[in-house]
Design a protein around this ligand. Structure first.
Ligand SMILES: NC(=O)c1ccc[n+]([C@@H]2O[C@H](COP(=O)([O-])OP(=O)(O)OC[C@H]3O[C@@H](n4cnc5c(N)ncnc54)[C@H](O)[C@@H]3O)[C@@H](O)[C@H]2O)c1
Length: 375
């Protein structure tokens, strides 16, 4: 198979989808790997390293898209890349289609087979390709919280941990999955006063156990969040209902009750955000202020730790890339466990992921029906 890796184009997106060690395994298995020139530079991997791993370096994305069967990327194609999408392409990357109708329309119009990292569920029910970036985004949310509380960032001028004779800053984290757990543990280790909220009591009991009871927990109901948010200095949104647009668990009414210069970090912004009215931001301009509240809503948080994030992502996506390359699309589509992993979001001009279709108010088509008709 010919595997293409274009350079990422999203704002401050420094990751590359595959590291040279994984590229080498693919080329040694007689696959061809095409990499856009300098695609790995910002994550610390040179053209020479990719060349030595057996990849061919091409100067522009157009040639990569035209000549590859499988395009492996980190972030969803940006509008500037739509012209390259074509029906022979299998796209394998983060897509977040539930909050991106334009991209969905493009994938349908151009009959692209798209497989989204974030909807793939492994046999144990884990979102194992969302996991590695959520781990990073969670830790970075805690680091950002510390930074955004300072006067320099327009915050309340509070030190996250406080010092003797002062109170610790209060952080409310909504959603106790991978992002929430990583944010909570790091914020707790940095000395913050952390409360975590979820509708999953098992997740809450796990975080209590992991923190030796230091992290407080509360069931996520509108009235509980309304009560706690009043005294919170930072709110971190980390909810997910896989595949769907994020539910708005923090309403404008709740935000109006928050203290001036409090901080809201919505990590779930890539799925549309779990905070009412929030707008996506970029690493270039990561925050904005509205009615006295500081909002941080960067959609590619791990993009600025390109080296760590590329290595971690590549470690996790590689087994899938190896299998897709080995089997080819046709055999892959006869592989029940792959189909059942819920990764294929669009196929042959149809939306084949139920949650995406429902979120966008579009028709869902069971991929099994499309495959039967093709056979
Ligand atoms: N902005 C970024 O750069 C970035 C990076 C990584 C992940 N993310 C996003 O962060 C979000 C969380 O990812 P994750 O890997 O932690 O997901 P996860 O599935 O591990 O955890 C989500 C948690 O939300 C909980 N939840 C669902 N509905 C809830 C509600 N109403 N109230 C409280 N909790 C609720 C679930 O029970 C679950 O524990 C996702 O939208 C993901 O795409 C964003």
């Amino acid at each position: 198979m010919i595997i293409g890796i274009p350079k990422e184009t999203k704002n401050n997106e420094n990751r590359i989808a595959l590291t040279p060690d994984k590229v080498e395994i693919l080329t040694q298995a007689n696959h061809k790997v095409l990499i856009e020139e300098n695609a790995g530079i910002n994550s610390g991997f040179t053209n020479e390293e990719y060349n030595n791993a057996g990849a061919s370096i091409l100067p522009n994305p157009k040639e990569i898209y035209l000549n590859s069967n499988l395009i492996v990327k980190v972030k969803e194609p940006q509008p500037s890349e739509y012209e390259y999408l074509n029906k022979k392409t299998i796209m394998f990357c983060y897509l977040h289609l539930a909050s991106n109708i334009e991209l969905t329309k493009q994938l349908i119009k151009k009959n692209v087979t798209s497989i989204a990292y974030e909807t793939i569920v492994n046999p144990n029910g884990k979102l194992n390709l969302l996991y590695p970036m959520s781990e990073i985004a969670g830790k970075m949310a805690a680091l950002n919280a510390a930074q955004l509380l300072t006067n320099k960032s327009g915050g309340q001028g509070k030190l996250l941990s406080g010092v003797v004779g002062t109170l610790k800053a209060k952080i409310l984290i909504i959603g106790c999955g991978t992002v929430g757990t990583n944010a909570a543990l790091l914020a707790n280790n940095m000395g913050a006063d952390v409360t975590v909220s979820d509708i999953n009591l098992t997740a809450l009991s796990k975080i209590q156990e992991l923190s030796n009871g230091q992290i407080k927990t509360i069931y996520s109901s509108p009235s509980n969040i309304k009560e706690i948010i009043v005294s919170s200095d930072v709110v971190i949104g980390a909810v997910l209902i896989p595949g769907y647009k994020a539910p708005k668990v923090v309403t404008s009414d709740m935000i109006n009750k928050m203290k001036k210069n409090s901080v809201i970090i919505d990590v779930a912004i890539d799925q549309g955000g779990c905070v009412e009215g929030i707008k996506p931001t970029t690493h270039e301009n990561p925050t904005y202020s509205s009615d006295g509240i500081i909002y941080y809503a960067v959609t590619n948080i791990p993009g600025i730790v390109g080296n760590t994030a590329s290595i971690s992502l590549s470690n996790n996506t590689f087994p899938y890339i190896r299998d897709i390359a080995k089997l080819g699309l046709n055999k892959l589509l006869n592989n029940k466990s792959f189909i059942n992993s819920n990764g294929i979001n669009t196929y042959a001009g149809f939306i084949t992921n139920r949650e995406v279709a429902l979120s966008l108010n579009k028709n869902y088509t069971d991929i099994n029906n499309l495959l039967e008709n093709n056979n």
